[in-house]
Design a protein around this ligand. Structure first.
Ligand code: 4H7
Length: 263
């Protein structure tokens, strides 16, 4: 069972997150356990202060090391085989491969920074890894943690339900998903592609692969560049190439006069 422990000054943010959909079901079925530790509980004094002014000046505040250290050490004691990760724009950018690697751990301790970030000595001594969910700035690591937990949870066997597994997803094979259709057969004048109604499973699988490939080519060429192509995939792309060449050919051979007359 995967054990997620989130360290945050806003544990309330996670209550609705644990209580819906696949995450909720994964908890109920003991595929994951999920808890938060309030960093503020480890702060001293009547006001339970978790931030302080930065040495050297500058605007904003920094998360004080003592409450963070207390929270991280408790989490590590509770879950000794876990890895401790900070969500930060300075981390390696999260992707499906990272999600797959993280899904193999016994537990993830996720440290959510607020203010201008955390004291460097915490990062050096208590954090194992730093992850960013993308090149943009958030006000805290909480939403980034939720993204990571969501992506990792659905990779744990038995969490998705049904025979349909995460193996056929976009990105697990570096192809985007084909278009999806459900009833009705005609919606606002648009029909479902005939082949999907044909009952010919071989043809349907060919269509799905073709649509995945061509969508990936149109929307995310970069994904195709770093990916080998199967014999069948090469044939599909060649067919598109030929169709395009036929169109070009018909224009250039027979309509040069028409074209030169255009301008
Ligand atoms: C840790 C350190 C993650 C957490 C610094 C977190 C984007 C991501 C945060 C910061 C995050 C991501 C402090 C960086 C405030 C930005 C203006 C919280 N933002 N902050 N700075 N891409 N913010 O995964």
């Amino acid at each position: 069972m995967m054990n997620f422990i989130v360290l945050t000054i806003f544990p309330e943010m996670f209550k609705p997150f644990w209580a819906q959909g696949i995450i909720k079901r994964a908890i109920e079925r003991n595929k994951i356990s999920a808890s938060t530790i309030n960093i503020r509980d480890f702060a001293e004094g009547r006001h339970k202060v978790t931030d302080d002014r930065p040495y050297g000046g500058g605007c904003g505040m920094v998360m004080k090391p003592e409450p963070l250290a207390g929270a991280i050490r408790l989490a590590q004691k509770k879950s000794p085989n876990s890895i401790t990760i900070q969500l930060t724009p300075q981390g390696r950018v999260f992707n499906q491969k990272t999600a797959q690697k993280l899904a193999l751990y016994d537990g993830l301790i996720l440290v959510c920074g607020r203010y201008e970030g955390i004291d460097e000595r915490i990062r050096l001594n208590l954090i194992d890894d730093e992850i960013s969910i993308g090149d943009y700035v958030l006000t805290g690591g909480e939403l980034a943690s939720m993204v990571l937990i969501d992506a990792v949870t659905r990779l744990i066997p038995g969490t998705l339900g049904g025979v349909d597994s995460a193996e056929k997803d976009s990105f697990s094979d570096d192809l985007l998903e084909h278009a999806q259709y459900t009833r009705p057969r005609t919606f606002e004048g648009e029909d479902v592609p005939e082949v999907l109604l044909s009952g010919n499973h071989k043809k349907i699988e060919e269509w799905k692969l073709e649509m995945s490939l061509i969508r990936t080519f149109l929307k995310r060429k970069d994904l195709l560049k770093n990916r080998p192509l199967s014999e069948q995939e090469i044939e599909i792309l060649k067919k598109w190439c030929l169709d395009i060449e036929k169109i070009i050919h018909s224009k250039t051979l027979h309509s040069t006069d028409a074209l030169s007359g255009c301008q």
